[in-house]
Write a protein that binds this ligand. Structure first.
Ligand SMILES: [Fe+2]
Ligand SMILES: [Fe+2]
Length: 191
């Protein structure tokens, strides 16, 4: 596979330096750091090289980089998504506009709260890390147990996290996005 040179913004983000346009409340920073740490650890345990390790850590730092941006400032495309997930396509669009051309990384960020059919390994592991990182307050025992069995054979954890996210969406009376349903169906089909 042809390797894209890493964008300077990706290299900086992998070291915890967010772009100047990022909008993240200080209280949220431990979550970003924790997602990045978990992805970096999994990248090492999976034997990924330095190039991918950098991409994975950067995705952790950048996935919520517009989480606290005012709705009116987000990319037009992002406004088609429900309010709680809008920050994800908005960040992907902003990174693309900055010249980041890494399709797998952009899709990982775009779909991190939803999942989607056809996500690459980075997208799948970001989906897991966002939900399972250890600073999350809910279900600490179950999340720790799921983390302990990762990163190898991630399918059971993906199914569990996807089921929990769908259950939460239903509990809140919110519509399911077709991307989430497609992701769930793909997970049931296996590899
Ligand atoms: Fe998010
Ligand atoms: Fe997040």
């Amino acid at each position: 596979m042809m390797r894209l040179e890493l964008h300077p913004l990706i290299v900086a983000a992998a070291g915890g330096e967010l772009p100047e346009w990022a909008q993240v409340r200080p209280a949220r920073m431990p979550h970003l750091a924790s997602v990045a740490n978990l992805l970096a650890r999994w990248a090492t345990e999976l034997g990924l090289d330095e190039h991918d390790h950098t991409r994975w850590a950067a995705a952790g730092w950048l996935h919520d980089s517009l989480r606290d941006a005012a709705a009116g400032t987000l990319a037009a495309d992002a406004r088609d998504y429900p309010e709680p997930v809008r920050h994800a396509p908005a960040a992907a669009e902003r990174l693309r506009a900055e010249g980041v051309a890494d399709g797998e990384l952009l899709d990982a960020i775009r779909y991190h709260p939803l999942g989607n059919r056809g996500l690459g390994p980075l997208g799948r592991y970001l989906y897991l890390a966002d939900y399972l990182e250890p600073t999350r307050p809910f279900a600490p025992a179950e999340n720790a147990a799921l983390r302990a069995r990762l990163p190898h054979r991630p399918e059971p954890a993906l199914k569990r996290v996807c089921a929990l996210r769908i259950a939460e969406t239903l509990r809140r009376g919110m519509p399911l996005r077709y991307e989430t349903v497609a992701f769930w169906n793909e997970l049931q089909e296996g590899e």
